[in-house]
Design a binder for this molecule. Structure first.
Ligand code: NAD
Length: 249
């Protein structure tokens, strides 16, 4: 744990003046809750699988049981996880600005569980299930031991309601995210490698429209060289510091 990270005064000034703030979070924000990034998830039971190869419609067609079981493991992990200091700080920040848009690529509900009220989910949510054929959310199904279970309406296979590689992002969420990024005064990119499109384009949109762009990540990313401020560290350490510094303004 870092003792005290110095948050640049200029950044605090920019935030204190901001009317509209947009935040994009990625898997890194949930690492301190014990939910690994996909790269880090390649350990233990699932070490021999590449999660990116389990997260496609093709993979599901080829081996629906394997894909269902991988997401069942992730769902269990997420259910047992608790929001960390980063999620909690973001839930507090929502109250500080006239407009605050929290855009997430995470599928774990930890922002909502931390108290964030309006989360723009770009990649769906692993706690929801939908029909693979009909693409509609299914709330319950008879548990008769099928893996994956079958849709109670059409008998098709059920799958997690997440966006897989090669699939479209939900249009309404993407539209809101694009508008928020293009109209904000300050944009925070937190715990995301900024390589999975179209979400990875959002910081660039914010930059083009003149926003102050801030990156929070322990590792450099393709955004690092273009960001106005780079706070190198874990989200769970940096965000509470940022919130404290903002509170003193
Ligand atoms: P990613 O590569 O965007 O995120 C990993 C990033 O987090 C890296 O840049 C890494 O340096 C950074 N990071 C690691 N620890 C951090 C910390 N403590 N604080 C801040 N940053 C930290 O994500 P990915 O793993 O390639 O995931 C791809 C997609 O898979 C996601 O967009 C999401 O849809 C899904 N996914 C979701 C979760 C989740 O919901 N928690 C977890 C894994 C994957």
């Amino acid at each position: 744990m870092i003792a005290h990270m110095t948050i640049p005064k200029d950044l605090i000034g920019q935030l204190a003046r901001a009317r509209s703030v947009a935040v994009l979070t990625g898997a890194g924000v949930s690492v301190e809750s014990g939910v690994p990034t996909f790269r880090a998830a390649q350990t233990g039971l699932w070490a021999k699988y590449n999660p990116e190869e389990l997260s496609t419609p093709r993979a599901f067609r080829r081996n629906p049981r394997l894909v269902w079981e991988w997401y069942a493991w992730l769902r269990q992990l997420v259910a047992e996880a608790r929001p960390n200091a980063a999620h909690l700080a973001l839930a507090q920040m929502e109250k500080l600005f006239p407009e605050f848009n929290l855009i997430t690529q995470n599928i774990d509900s930890l922002h909502q569980r931390a108290g964030s009220r309006d989360v723009i989910e770009l990649h769906g949510n692993v706690t929801r299930t939908k029909c693979f054929d009909e693409d509609v959310v299914v709330a319950s199904w008879p548990d008769i031991g099928d893996v994956p279970p079958k849709c109670p309406h059409c008998g098709g296979l059920l799958r997690p309601d997440v966006v897989w590689f090669e699939e479209q992002l939900p249009e309404a969420a993407m539209e809101r995210a694009a508008t928020a990024s293009a109209t904000c005064d300050v944009f925070l990119s937190i715990g995301t490698a900024a390589v999975v499109y179209p979400a990875a384009a959002l910081p660039g949109d914010a930059l083009r429209h003149g926003a102050v762009v801030v990156e929070i990540n322990p590792q450099p990313t393709p955004l690092t060289d273009r960001a106005h401020f780079v706070l190198t560290g874990s989200a769970g350490e940096v965000l509470p510091e940022l919130l404290r510094a903002l509170g003193k303004e």
